[in-house]
Design a protein around this ligand. Structure first.
Ligand SMILES: NC(=O)c1ccc[n+]([C@@H]2O[C@H](COP(=O)([O-])OP(=O)(O)OC[C@H]3O[C@@H](n4cnc5c(N)ncnc54)[C@H](OP(=O)(O)O)[C@@H]3O)[C@@H](O)[C@H]2O)c1
Length: 315
């Protein structure tokens, strides 16, 4: 993809395997009732056109549509099956937001890793810039806010994604207070500091979205429900930091509702990343879906919610 433009007065056509010419009114419909189409619909978000669908074998080519004249393809969805992984969760989020027409600031405290990630996305023609930020440091956050403010008058979306988990394998009785404090510095005080810092820019946007990247392990409802997959999980420092983050989500959401800012928490699921030594079962592409969805809500979208791919989950 070389560049992304925002078009007004554009005519749109839905191209699907059952309607490859994009004839008006003949697009495909999602069928939630069977097999992999149901899974695809869940992964993409209910309402997407997923059935019929095509499987493209590795190394083979499939032509879905051929265009004549000027136009723009504004959505290209690819659902990866099995264990396919080729992009980190963070890259995926920014790719999606940049592909949706956003100018993206990719926050990272490490210059080498931050710049490399931004450059990989620039190579795809996306408008992504590395932004130096350590969410535990007041001065670093203030400098990041200044840099974004110098480049434009407002910020439409803030994703509080930075998070750590220290010795979460230990039972509560053995976790060190110092480790829990360090976890809270990033997972709890980080999102407060960053949200407060960027608030003037978010309020200057027409209808900003803030996404707190929480976790199922922050849910007390699931922790106490013997039928829940979270029931056997007992991570004092990390889990309670995400419970606190959920409270922070509701607090900001209540204050900012009247100003049209939506604040929601996402549970991306147990995902293979550095955080857990890549033991998670979900792919980073799957994990990114709910975060992107909450980052791109319509002005009438929900606020003060806690969601996974399938909808609201218990606090
Ligand atoms: N993986 C899962 O199963 C899972 C499940 C539920 C929720 N989550 C949440 O998803 C989010 C992303 O985690 P992940 O799984 O993708 O783990 P990850 O690969 O370890 O990513 C965490 C990111 O946070 C950054 N970070 C840590 N401390 C920071 C600080 N002080 N300032 C700025 N950035 C900082 C790290 O930067 P460095 O590269 O500099 O260390 C890293 O890029 C976290 O909030 C996590 O709690 C993950």
């Amino acid at each position: 993809m070389e560049s992304v433009f925002v078009l007004t007065n554009a005519k749109s056509r839905s191209i699907s395997p059952e309607n490859p010419t994009g004839e008006k009114g003949r697009g495909g419909k999602a069928d939630l009732s069977t097999g992999s189409a149901r899974d695809a619909a869940r992964d993409l978000g209910v309402g997407w056109k997923v059935n019929p669908y095509v499987n493209v074998a590795p190394g083979s080519t499939y032509t879905l549509a051929q265009f004549k004249g000027e136009g723009i393809v504004n959505h290209i969805w690819m659902t990866l099956g099995g264990t396919a992984e080729y992009r980190s969760a963070i890259l995926r989020i920014y790719w999606r937001l940049a592909a949706a027409g956003f100018k993206v600031w990719l926050g990272a405290r490490n210059a080498e890793r931050g710049m490399a990630a931004a450059q990989a996305l620039n190579a795809e023609g996306l408008d992504v810039h590395w932004l130096e930020i350590d969410v535990t440091q007041d001065e670093s956050v203030a400098a990041a806010v200044k840099a974004v403010g110098a480049a434009g008058p407002s910020l439409d979306v803030l994703v509080n994604n930075a998070g750590i988990a220290i010795r979460y394998d230990l039972p509560p009785s053995q976790q060190r207070v110092a480790d829990i404090q360090a976890t809270y510095d990033v997972n709890v005080f980080g999102p407060i500091r960053v949200t407060q810092g960027f608030l003037p820019l978010l309020l200057a946007a027409p209808a900003a979205c803030i996404v707190m990247v929480s976790s199922y392990s922050g849910s007390i409802g699931r922790a106490l429900d013997p039928t829940s997959a979270s029931y056997p999980v007992n991570m004092l420092g990390y889990g309670s930091s995400k419970t606190a983050l959920n409270g922070i989500t509701v607090a900001f959401a209540k204050e900012l509702a009247r100003q049209g800012v939506r604040v929601n928490a996402a549970a991306p699921g147990y995902t293979a990343t550095d955080l857990n030594g890549h033991r998670g079962r979900r792919t980073v592409q799957q994990a990114a879906e709910i975060i992107v969805r909450l980052a791109t809500l319509d002005a009438g979208g929900p606020t003060a919610g806690y969601f996974d791919d399938d909808g609201p989950i218990p606090w």
